[in-house]
Design a protein around this ligand. Structure first.
Ligand code: ARG
Length: 569
């Protein structure tokens, strides 16, 4: 598509002999339209050209010559050059690109098939899949879609927490009281109860704790009974998690969790040993990271067992070999920032190529706060994700009934809206902000919400349907849209590709989420002020095409966030 920044930079470069890339970096997009579509701050060149910004600006204005009429007007204000793009050129460009690419509009192949591994969701077996895991799931899923759209080869990994001493406890508890609990019916709740019960027994009786440790040891050694129980817990938990993934429409390419690395940790230990990085510390083995101003990374505990970090290190070795990744992204809350810093530092001691160790990225995010306070397993204030999603769906159903909605498949539509609302809420703010979870806001059909986006999308669709519109770009009289309210939308559409790239670069789906709300609001303003279906065929055709473009972008954008669009609502 036409790249105005590039065109402007090249022209200025021809005159000044300054590099195009440097110039491109200086070009700004002014906050208000009366300062142009692009603006060039000439003070950036004052030193080099030994002239005042105002003089540079005047001089450039006189010499600049855009042969293909991409720029329709240049103004000099306070040492800035303000450029106005040629509306018709822009429109032709944007529309023919959409005409050609349709739902793929905005995609590109900058990824060039490079391998990106995304480690996300990763709940813990036999523990509730709580709202904290929602963020990892939703952000990871969106990044997966965004990177794929940009031509990367993505692998989504659910690094399940299916390993650790707690399984020794669970096995012990199940051995003692298994028949009292219906873990087939309600695995997570029942396993949690068993866990709480055995834990308090361990506190009373040291010998029980010893039994638990033994179980875990046996599990590691492949004892048949322990292994079969562990498999059963894992399988049942996964089945329950799967219901949430189905509701969210989230999929993974690999479910290799922590246990998968149980036989792959020795290599990590051996390499660290060989490289003289392992230090004894009160019976434990650690990697000292003092020179990096970090606490040491614990590799083997004093009781001989490995750690969460050891497994992550084994996973890095494995993923480098298996996926030959160009980038490995991990999504967890900011509580694990130190963990990943340590792991990434120790990874550099594993004789891996820098290609891998320089491209490990931990993407952290804030906590979720229900209006009643923080949600975490430790405080026992658990909100289960499945309950939350179901509640959203039933609240939407109620709203639809109050609105007298005549949608045919109410069930399905409520699901699309209810789930979309939760996903959107999760992605609307920059990751690191703590998220406030407030039903009234999330489900407000007129707010900056998922339902609002869906509502505007449905609007665009019903206009197109009502008109029986079949897009034909040849029939558009571009002059019909050469006015501020239409151009505002078209410029927004022009920016879509850039918005997607920015959100990938910063690992921030909110950039797309905010963009979509802005586009929807612009369209809604346009629609309120301009009739679309009118007698004048030329006007109608042009406005319908614009509506068609908005409809495509809203849908594609929502898809990149992992949100579906209903046909009606
Ligand atoms: N299971 C962990 C948790 O619930 C998250 C795992 C994140 N991924 C990783 N490779 N460490 O906190």
């Amino acid at each position: 598509m036409i790249d105005f920044k590039d065109i402007i930079a090249k022209e200025i470069s021809n005159i000044t002999n300054i590099g195009v890339d440097e110039l491109k970096n200086y070009i700004e997009i002014p906050p208000v339209r009366k300062m142009g579509d692009y603006s060039f701050p000439c003070f950036k060149l004052a030193k080099e050209l030994k002239k005042s910004p105002q003089m540079i600006a005047e001089d450039l204005k006189n010499k600049l010559n855009f042969k293909n009429n991409e720029i329709s007007k240049i103004e000099v204000i306070n040492g800035y050059l303000n450029f106005y793009v040629n509306n018709i050129e822009l429109m032709k460009n944007v529309f023919s690109e959409i005409n050609e690419k349709k739902e793929k509009y905005g995609s590109s192949n900058i990824g060039n098939g490079k391998n990106v591994v995304i480690d996300y969701s990763s709940p813990n077996i036999a523990k509730p899949f709580h709202i904290g895991h929602l963020r990892s799931t939703v952000i990871g899923n969106s990044l997966y879609r965004i990177y794929k759209f940009l031509g990367y080869n993505c692998t989504g990994i659910n690094h399940l927490g299916d390993y650790g001493t707690q399984f020794g406890k669970l096995i012990e508890g199940y051995k003692r009281w298994g028949s009292e609990y219906n873990i087939e019916e309600n695995p997570i709740d029942e396993l949690t109860k068993i866990y709480v019960r055995i834990n308090s027994l361990c506190k009373e009786d040291e010998s029980v704790l010893e039994d638990c440790r033994n179980n875990f040891k046996k599990l590691e050694e492949g004892d048949e009974y322990c292994f079969s129980l562990w498999s059963k817990f894992r399988e049942l938990s996964l089945k329950e998690f799967q219901r949430v993934y189905d509701l969210l429409d989230v999929h993974f390419d690999s479910l290799n969790g922590e246990a998968f690395y149980s036989d792959k940790m020795q290599e990590v230990i051996d390499i660290l040993e060989k490289n003289k990085k392992l230090v004894d510390s009160e019976g434990a083995k650690i990697v000292d990271l003092e020179d990096k101003q970090m606490a040491p990374c614990l590799i083997i505990k004093s009781n001989g067992s490995t750690t969460y970090a050891t497994r992550d290190l084994a996973a890095i070795l494995y993923r480098a070999r298996e996926y030959d990744f160009d980038k490995a992204i991990y999504l967890t809350s900011y509580e694990q920032i130190l963990h990943f810093k340590q792991v990434f530092e120790v990874a550099k001691m594993l004789d891996l190529d820098e290609k891998y160790t320089n491209n490990l990225v931990h993407i952290s995010f804030g906590m979720v706060q229900l209006k009643t306070g923080r949600m975490s397993t430790r405080e026992g204030n658990i909100v289960k994700l499945e309950d939350l999603l179901k509640e959203s769906i039933s609240r939407v159903k109620e709203i639809m009934e109050n609105r007298d909605s005549d949608v045919e498949d109410k069930e399905k539509t409520a699901e699309i809206i209810g789930i979309g609302a939760i996903i959107f809420n999760d992605l609307y703010n920059s990751r690191i902000k703590d998220e406030i979870f407030d039903w009234d806001e999330i489900l407000n059909f007129n707010g900056e919400t998922g339902p609002y986006l869906q509502y505007i999308y449905v609007r665009t669709n019903s206009i197109l349907k009502k008109a029986g519109y079949i897009p034909e770009i040849e029939k558009i009289d571009f002059e019909m849209l050469n006015n501020d309210s239409s151009m505002e939308i078209i410029k927004s559409i022009y920016n879509f590709e850039d918005i997607i790239k920015q959100s990938a670069e910063k690992y921030e789906p909110y950039i797309i989420a905010r963009y979509l709300i802005d586009l929807a609001q612009k369209f809604s303003g346009f629609y309120n002020n301009n009739k679309i279906i009118v007698d004048d065929e030329n006007i109608q055709n042009a406005r319908l095409y614009l509506t068609y473009c908005v409809s495509i972008i809203l849908k594609t954008g929502a898809e990149l966030l992992g949100i579906k669009m209903p046909d009606r609502m």
